[in-house]
Ligand binder design. Structure first.
Ligand SMILES: Cc1ncc(C[n+]2csc(CCOP(=O)(O)OP(=O)(O)O)c2C)c(N)n1
Length: 240
């Protein structure tokens, strides 16, 4: 839920892509490094025609192409992720490949703020600036919680923006649930040359479901039938 608006803006506004031609070498790529949020991506990919909406119901069942974390056998998925920290490195590789092949696609990588704790992330951040990957955009889903509690109590890295500044990235900060802000910042990063960009998006875990917002327990929880009914009511009443 915290990434849903970001994913929506990417697939339905910003990215050059098509469900009819998922292998187009010039397509923009989205890598969901926080792969556990893949349900948001599956919903968007189905809506864009990468696979029939009817198979969404098979998600996380044996034999389905829609598993609990992204896998490249699923049309529209660019990288296997879920082991946190690896997605940005894959993004660096694909962005560097784009430069070498003289293609002008962009690579977007969505990261969790807890995920930034991982050392591999900082290797990728360094590599992206060394190779001047202005075709790479990291988007941080800054929901301030991770799997087992608040970031502040578990491993607080402090000011994320100043860290990316120090690694020579162009930094942006937005409200990750304000569609106007999301769209404007995605257009702004197109103008950045010579350095990678990062968008720090302030978000709310469980956004849109009143009883789940900012509740760690809903990081990975199946809703009861009653909670599901209430969640749908909340979503129907969301102000867009
Ligand atoms: C390498 C690795 N270690 C641990 C996990 C287990 N894990 C899954 S989600 C998660 C929390 C991630 O927090 P954050 O990046 O903030 O994601 P969000 O809160 O946005 O879901 C953890 C530790 C994992 N998937 N990969």
């Amino acid at each position: 839920m915290s990434s849903a608006d970001l994913v929506t803006a990417l697939y339905f506004y910003k990215m050059n892509h098509s469900g009819d031609n998922p292998e187009n070498p010039d397509r923009d790529r989205l890598i969901l490094s926080k792969g556990h949020s893949v349900l948001a991506q599956y919903a968007a990919l189905a809506e864009c025609g990468y696979f029939p909406k009817s198979i969404l119901k098979t998600t996380k069942t044996f034999g389905s192409i829609l598993q609990g974390h992204p896998e490249i056998r699923t049309p529209g998925i660019e990288a296997n992720t879920g082991s946190l920290a690896q997605g940005l490195s894959v993004g660096v590789g694909i962005a560097l490949g784009g430069k070498l092949d003289k293609r002008d696609y962009k690579v977007y990588v969505i990261l969790g703020d807890g995920e930034l704790n991982e050392g591999q992330i900082w290797e990728a951040i360094t590599a992206a600036s060394v190779y001047k990957l202005d075709n790479l955009v990291a988007i941080i889903d800054r929901n301030k919680l991770q799997a087992s509690g608040p970031i502040k109590e578990i491993y607080d890295m402090g000011d994320i923006k100043s860290k990316f500044d120090a690694f020579c990235w162009k930094t942006f900060e937005i409200n990750g649930h304000n569609m106007k802000e999301i769209i404007e910042v995605l257009d702004s990063v197109d103008k950045i040359k010579g350095v990678p960009s990062v968008i720090i998006a302030q978000t709310i875990k469980g956004k849109g479901i009143s009883f789940a917002e900012n509740v760690t327990g809903f990081h990975n929880a199946a809703l009861t039938a009653e909670q599901f009914r209430k969640a749908n009511l909340d979503i129907d009443n969301l102000e867009l």
